[in-house]
Design a protein around this ligand. Structure first.
Ligand SMILES: Cc1cc2nc3c(=O)[nH]c(=O)nc-3n(C[C@H](O)[C@H](O)[C@H](O)COP(=O)(O)OP(=O)(O)OC[C@H]3O[C@@H](n4cnc5c(N)ncnc54)[C@H](O)[C@@H]3O)c2cc1C
Length: 242
């Protein structure tokens, strides 16, 4: 693995995505595909680039699974919950022998560090969509947003107080956390995945029908991973310009 550290803030001053490590390059993809012809390139050639284009276009996905990236996320649980659905190759499936990708998260069972929460700014609250049951529409009037932000801050404060009271009274952290408003609570997790998995996530979560908050995380993942695998990402991901 090549040790690298780069961080992009997402949503507010608490949310972020970091890239820690990558294994391989675009050349790894091309060489993995060429092994069946007993051929190997020392540097990425135009022929290798055309090969990567062919692999992506024709859905020959296995060569993209020889390159891996490791990310750290700090995201509200509502985002982490959506992200967690990308299970193929996950360590959660170890029982099936499919343990390529890995996910580890701070669970608040042991950690009693101060909980933090995502609270949208008054100008960030969106209306219900007009022609769809899911998703969101335009930004609501400022006064509505202002009142929602203030109500959510108060709600979080009350919940933190109840949580801290429970801890002070001797209740264990794994039950005291029931007092915390979960959807907006920040959770920190590591996500290690093959390039194919990462690009599958990107294709779904950069799309405009995805929840806006996870789109923001997907944009950060794209920005962090693209410099390491520029050709493969361009060929595998439909929206690479954002
Ligand atoms: C806009 C949007 C709205 C969503 N809304 C909801 C919702 O309301 N409720 C909800 O529960 N989820 C929802 N999801 C999550 C969605 O159902 C998927 O779980 C999530 O997008 C992960 O995608 P995936 O299953 O393709 O990923 P992975 O599970 O990582 O699978 C990757 C790919 O592997 C292949 N694959 C996986 N499993 C198998 C298998 N058993 N056999 C053969 N091939 C397989 C498929 O090609 C799959 O695309 C939503 C997702 C999006 C993008």
């Amino acid at each position: 693995m090549t040790k690298i550290e780069r961080k992009i803030n997402v949503l507010d001053d608490k949310g972020y995505v970091m890239i820690h490590d990558v294994l391989g390059t675009d050349l790894t993809v091309a060489n993995a595909a060429r092994v069946s012809y007993a051929k190997k390139s020392a540097t990425l050639t135009d022929g290798d680039k055309r090969l990567i284009d062919f692999l992506a276009r024709e859905g020959h996905t296995s060569p993209f699974r020889h390159v891996i990236a490791q990310f750290e996320f700090n995201a509200p649980l509502m985002v982490a919950r959506q992200h967690w659905k990308y299970v193929v190759g996950s360590s959660m499936l170890e029982a099936t022998g499919d343990n390529m990708d890995a996910w580890n998260e701070s669970s608040r069972r042991y950690v009693t560090e101060e909980p933090t929460f995502y609270v949208p700014q008054p100008y960030e609250w969106r209306s219900a969509p007009e022609n769809s049951k899911q998703g969101s529409g335009d930004i609501v009037r400022f006064e509505i947003g202002e009142s929602a932000t203030s109500a959510l801050i108060q709600h979080v404060d009350v919940c933190i107080k109840l949580y801290e009271d429970a801890i002070s009274s001797g209740i264990c952290a794994e039950q005291a956390r029931l007092f915390l408003p979960a959807y907006g609570m920040y959770v920190k997790y590591y996500w290690t995945a093959s390039l194919q998995s990462v690009c599958h996530f990107l294709n779904q979560r950069l799309a405009h029908d995805s929840q806006v908050e996870i789109q923001m995380y997907a944009k950060a993942v794209l920005e962090l991973i693209k410099p390491h695998f520029p050709i493969s990402v361009e060929k595998l991901v439909s929206e690479t310009s954002e």
